[in-house]
Design a protein around this ligand. Structure first.
Ligand code: URA
Length: 190
């Protein structure tokens, strides 16, 4: 059976596959352009996202918007989602069993979107999506190719809140992402 966006939304909205469903306020389904070429994947909703039920609407979201704006990207040109759709209390790292329980939703989102470029925001997403031994400090900005998709990772926006000097590093990575999209378009891949 072929799921639709509406099916995934409905499943996420009433998911009880892991204990986070008992502590969350609202589950956070991915958002953005459903025809976007670029998919951003972060780790899990924060406290503000939990309250509003939307990804990146808190302080990390403001930082992300600053980066996107600086690179001429809008949220509609991207699809933004998380590995976990529910907020882990205290912003702790997602547990293995939570990631496994939630992974089918990400798979369906990816299947329906068919992004040409996937950008992992932070270590947790990069290690789940690109490689378990991914080192964000050494490997951010590098490209891996899988099927018809280019994958990369950069620091999570919350890392910029902790260390503002990373802003320019992430912006550089995003400039390369925009360039990669132009290359894909030039080759007729997009
Ligand atoms: N941090 C994340 O990893 N995801 C969000 O949606 C917001 C903050």
């Amino acid at each position: 059976m072929q799921y639709t966006w509406k099916d995934i939304e409905q499943h996420v909205a009433c998911c009880t596959q892991c204990p986070l469903s008992r502590t969350r306020q609202l589950p956070v389904m991915g958002r953005g352009g459903r025809k976007a070429d670029i998919m951003l994947i972060a780790e899990a909703p924060g406290a503000e996202e939990d309250r509003q039920g939307k990804p990146f609407v808190g302080r990390s979201g403001q930082v992300l918007d600053g980066i996107l704006h600086g690179c001429g990207l809008t949220r509609e040109e991207l699809y933004i989602t998380n590995i976990l759709k529910c907020h882990p209390p205290g912003n702790r790292d997602p547990k293995e069993e939570e990631k496994e329980a939630c992974f089918p939703y990400l798979k369906y989102e990816t299947f329906l979107l068919k992004p040409k470029i996937i950008v992992c925001l932070g270590r947790v997403a990069a290690q789940r999506i690109i490689s378990p031994d991914f080192k964000i400090t050494r490997q951010h900005g590098a490209w891996t190719y899988r099927k018809n998709c280019a994958l990369t990772a950069t620091y999570h926006p919350s890392a910029i809140l902790r260390d503002p000097s990373k802003f320019d590093v992430v912006k550089e990575d995003f400039f390369r992402i925009v360039k990669k999209r132009e290359e894909c378009r030039g080759r007729g891949v997009l």
